[in-house]
Design a protein around this ligand. Structure first.
Ligand SMILES: Cc1cc2nc3c(=O)[nH]c(=O)nc-3n(C[C@H](O)[C@H](O)[C@H](O)COP(=O)(O)O)c2cc1C
Length: 155
């Protein structure tokens, strides 16, 4: 069995494209060493991240991520055990939401199209559904929006 966590948060630090590239490269290296996979999604200052892998490793990583001062209002949405990962083979896939007509904020960072296609295809999976909704700009009732307000005050 593997553990699966899904959380969302709001960014508190203004990530540049190189910042995000560095975060993903470091994450992929760490996650690969610990047998962890998943996907990081970004939509207009909000993150959603899927973490999958051995229970202890996933819990330890989540504790580190939740304490990272670059985001806030980290809300755990799903904590589940499953026999196989939703996204096998990715150590941290990436996609930002492409909302109508808006230029990508992280231009040059490659969206993992195969991971997105897997999410689209997993029609009866609630985690995939939450990730699809997030990418399609569904309203976020709580979790992260307060960070946008903090950022506005700081900037
Ligand atoms: C939104 C977000 C997602 C992150 N995802 C990961 C990840 O999947 N793997 C990882 O090793 N670090 C990830 N990090 C970075 C960790 O929070 C942390 O900086 C890193 O593990 C180094 O931890 P340390 O400073 O305690 O050594 C993420 C950070 C943020 C803000």
């Amino acid at each position: 069995m593997i553990r699966q966590l899904l959380y969302r948060s709001g960014q508190l630090y203004e990530f540049t494209v190189p910042d995000m590239v560095r975060l993903l490269l470091r994450s992929r290296a760490y996650n690969a060493r610990h047998g962890i996979g998943g996907m990081l999604l970004w939509q207009d200052g909000l993150f959603m991240q899927l973490l999958e892998g051995p229970a202890a490793a996933v819990d330890a990583l989540y504790a580190r991520i939740a304490a990272d001062p670059r985001h806030c209002e980290v809300r755990l949405m799903v904590r589940a055990e499953r026999t196989a990962p939703l996204l096998p083979g990715w150590h941290m896939a990436w996609s930002e939401a492409s909302l109508d007509g808006e230029a990508p904020a992280f231009d040059g960072l490659d969206t993992d199209a195969t991971a997105l296609a897997l999410l689209e295809g997993a029609r009866s999976d609630r985690v995939a559904a939450a990730m699809r909704d997030f990418l399609h700009g569904a309203p976020v009732p709580a979790g992260g929006l307060g960070c946008a307000r903090v950022m506005e005050r700081v900037l």
